[in-house]
Design a protein around this ligand. Structure first.
Ligand code: C2E
Ligand code: MG
Ligand code: MG
Ligand code: MG
Length: 298
């Protein structure tokens, strides 16, 4: 087929292009195989309450160890999964596995929330709610322990459907968080259009505090965060900050009344066996991760 560049000029066929395309197709095929076989795994990143820094739960993050290439980042394979539709079955695999793990921890006496990322392509399937409920029932996990994270820009695709699904999920006690909040196109209008319960403020806003970005001063970054948390509180929404890497960021978020934090400072995503380090002992003392116990509040 003919490729066209700026000004509708026909681009010359280049071997480099076809190689990239062939590699992409190969990745797509391997990803499909990974979803159908046992090529995927999950890491769990802890989430902590503020100001207590107590563990409240985990976010499940998918990992792919490609036999040919080694570990591939979700940043490169999730977009491929989205475009090809593989994301739907990938998403259900993640959901089932995360629910299974949460149920296993629950039956060991450790009752925590499990957050699972859901793509809009999966969320818009007519039987989405049914399959989520099936995943819960399959392992005996109550809906109140499940949080579904939807990415903001994608939810707006079909607002009515999103509303119906969110209401149906809520009826099962399942909570909905808007992920990467602030990076989409209509953050503020979304707040009054969809009945979700939680906001996850995108990492880029948290990074502004550390002076890592040049676009905005520290003072301005703080004003933005103050505004977002004030609006969220006014609307009765629960606020989580993602990507917290420094004590300074954590302190500021705590001062602003942010409800929960997640980030490398307090805990990286790790396999289930390692994630158990943060879990409270059955009937024992409160959970304190290695990062949490280093803090002044702990
Ligand atoms: P996300 O849902 O916003 O997940 C948070 C990402 O930020 C994770 O990257 C996590 O490792 C990283 N992160 C957490 N704390 C920090 C920190 O303090 N500093 C920095 N620099 N990064 C931090 P990961 O695992 O590479 O996942 C990237 C994205 O891929 C996720 O962003 C999510 O949108 C998507 N994703 C991951 N797993 C799934 C899945 O099962 N289904 C779907 N649909 N998407 C997924
Ligand atoms: Mg997420
Ligand atoms: Mg996020
Ligand atoms: Mg993010």
């Amino acid at each position: 087929q003919v490729k066209r560049g700026p000004g509708n000029r026909v681009l010359r066929y280049t071997p480099a292009l076809s190689t990239a395309e062939a590699e992409r197709r190969r990745l797509e095929r391997e990803l499909r195989e990974a979803v159908e076989g046992s090529g995927l795994s999950l890491h769990y990143q802890p989430q902590f309450q503020l100001p207590s820094r107590q563990l409240t739960g985990y976010e499940a993050l998918v990992r792919w160890n490609n036999p040919r290439l080694g570990p591939v980042s979700p940043a490169s394979f999730i977009p491929i999964a989205e475009e090809t539709g593989v994301i739907v079955e990938l998403g259900y695999w993640v959901l089932r596995e995360a629910c299974r793990q949460a149920a296993a921890w629950k039956f060991a006496g450790r009752c925590l929330s499990m957050a699972v990322n859901v793509s809009v392509r999966q969320f818009e399937q007519p039987d989405f709610v049914e399959r989520v409920v099936q995943a819960l029932h399959g392992v005996g996990l109550p809906g109140s322990q499940l949080v579904l994270e939807l990415t903001e820009s994608l939810v707006l695709h079909d607002k009515d459907l999103a509303n119906r699904h969110i209401m149906a999920l809520r009826a099962h006690g399942i909570r909905i968080a808007i992920d990467d909040f602030g990076t989409g196109y209509s953050s503020l209008s979304l707040l009054r259009q969809l009945p979700f319960e939680q906001l996850k403020i995108d990492r880029s806003f948290i990074q502004d505090f550390a002076g890592e970005t040049q676009a905005i001063s520290f003072q301005e970054a703080r004003v933005v965060m103050e505004g977002v948390t004030a609006i969220a509180r006014g609307l009765g929404l629960h606020v989580t900050a993602e990507g917290v890497e420094t004590e300074e960021q954590l302190q500021l978020l705590s001062d602003l009344g942010c409800d929960k934090v997640q980030g490398f400072l307090l805990g990286r995503p790790v396999p289930a066996a390692e994630a158990e380090v943060w879990l409270p002992e059955i009937g024992g003392p409160e959970a304190q991760g290695p990062g949490a116990s280093a803090g002044p509040d702990a």
